[in-house]
Design a protein around this ligand. Structure first.
Ligand SMILES: Nc1ncnc2c1ncn2[C@@H]1O[C@H](COP(=O)(O)OP(=O)(O)OP(=O)(O)O)[C@@H](O)[C@H]1O
Ligand SMILES: [Mg+2]
Length: 184
């Protein structure tokens, strides 16, 4: 995972110390804890911008924010996992924005992830314990992988271009029901 911290209304004044403690450097990505579609996800280049933003934000809000190391990514990939198996991986290619959300105009293509990455993310999925998971992975120029997020209620409208996800989910449910050990 990228280096990340959370800030709250109680500690945001000390953001420089909090960042120093974990070695979080600029640029940083600021994002709401609960969010989607790239809304409210910002990239900030320096402490002055960050402090200005946090002061303005906490005049009106009281929710926590995530501050995260910016990964200069080459590929932003959504991996769809059903029952600990990768069903499809899709790259989102940003257009006119640094964020690769489809809602912000990103284009998509089918992507093939390496076996080592697959092992890594399936381990993560196992820990979460969910059966249907969308994993967001960033891959940088050197091929390093960073897991951004594990979504346990993943959307599949875009990935449906490549794989019939509802069909895969139905197949999985059928398999589970017909096996001896059909606990969900
Ligand atoms: N640490 C990071 N480094 C580089 N780019 C990032 C980083 N975090 C997010 N991004 C970019 O911004 C996009 C949106 O961020 P993120 O996926 O965290 O939020 P979201 O899409 O709004 O929320 P969610 O994925 O939970 O629905 C990502 O798809 C990625 O392209
Ligand atoms: Mg996202």
């Amino acid at each position: 995972m990228p280096v990340s911290i959370q800030v709250s209304p109680d500690n945001f004044q000390d953001v420089d110390y909090l960042m120093e403690e974990v070695g979080l450097k600029f640029p940083v990505v600021v994002k709401p804890v609960y969010g989607g579609y790239g809304d409210g996800v910002l990239k900030l280049e320096g402490m002055e911008d960050l402090k200005g933003f946090l002061n303005r934000y906490y005049e009106r809000n009281s929710s926590n924010l995530i501050l995260q190391e910016y990964i200069p990514y080459r590929h932003d990939v959504r991996v769809f996992v059903i029952d600990n198996r990768v069903v499809c991986a899709m790259e989102r290619i940003p257009k006119n924005d640094w964020r690769a959300n489809c809602s912000l105009g990103a284009e998509t293509r089918r992507f093939s992830i390496g076996e080592d990455v697959e092992d890594l993310l399936l381990k993560g999925v196992k820990k979460v314990g969910a059966h249907i998971v969308g994993v967001d992975v960033l891959i940088d120029e050197e091929g390093n992988h960073y897991i951004l997020e594990l979504n346990i209620t993943p959307q599949f409208r875009n990935i449906m271009r490549y794989v019939d996800i509802p069909l895969e989910i139905v197949k999985y449910i059928e398999e589970r029901l017909s096996s001896n050990n059909h606990r969900f």
